[in-house]
Design a protein around this ligand. Sequence first.
Ligand SMILES: [Zn+2]
Ligand SMILES: [Zn+2]
Length: 307
Amino acid sequence: MDIFFLGTGAGIPAKLRNVTSIALKLLEERGSIWLFDVGEATQHQILHTSVKPRRIEKIFITHLHGDHIYGLPGLLASRSFQGGESEVTVFGPKGLKEYIMISLSISQTYLKYPLKIVEIAEGVIFEDEQFIVEARLLEHGIPSYGYRIVEKDRPGTLLADKLVEAGVQPGPIFRKIKGGETVTLEDGTVIVPSDFLGPAQKGRIVTILGDTRYCENAISLAWDADLLIHEATFSKGEEKLAFDYFHSTTHQAAEVANLAGSKQLCLTHISSRYDRQAWQELVTEAREVFANTDIAEDFKEINIPSK
Ligand SMILES: [Zn+2]
Ligand SMILES: [Zn+2]
């Protein structure tokens, strides 16, 4: 499980930072990639990476400001030309469906794969046997969501040697025990799965927030997260400016990570008013509040190791 930043700037594309797009690479877990926001020229950014558009399975849009969605129709269209045949689901606020459908229909774009568009409300928006994704509204000029991606705990590894010792031969019974099923052998011996499985592997939690002011929902979404990705459009001391424009400062992002007990914070959505030298200062001031803070850069990757 890795986070890969395709764009990390605020508002308009800049030379050092393209507008927002974040890939959650779940290649080992499910052979796919989930994208969070698709700012303009995200597909150009992808050209410089190993990301395969056909692997994109889900796209989560935080809000409908242009710097988060202008790249979406183009990416969806190109995926068709690049061998993408599997279904894509796009989640996002109300209005997303109209935006996508009008863009595709006016440009007479026909996709060669099924596209599902889900306009979300707060709560659990996706769940399968591996993951749960929860969305909550943040505070921005328009509805802006934060996403909490929770990997479910995985059963521990099968203690095969111990099973053989207990007289079980490798085969269907192994699979049943791995799946948590109690098995009675022909001789009447009862095999309880918990005796033959290693410790369960704790799932990981990643929180990716849309643009926002400092707010309560950010804290609940980031609760106990292994990684929190939070916007920091402004430096500390610019709290008034941040409030007026519905954004956050470095200190506010760090405060969210701190109160939520997140393990790691990465700042993104950095204004082009800050040059390369200023980036280090932004990190330094955030670390005054939350030590394990880093700043995103285009093409930066963060691994979220198994626990
Ligand atoms: Zn933005
Ligand atoms: Zn915005």
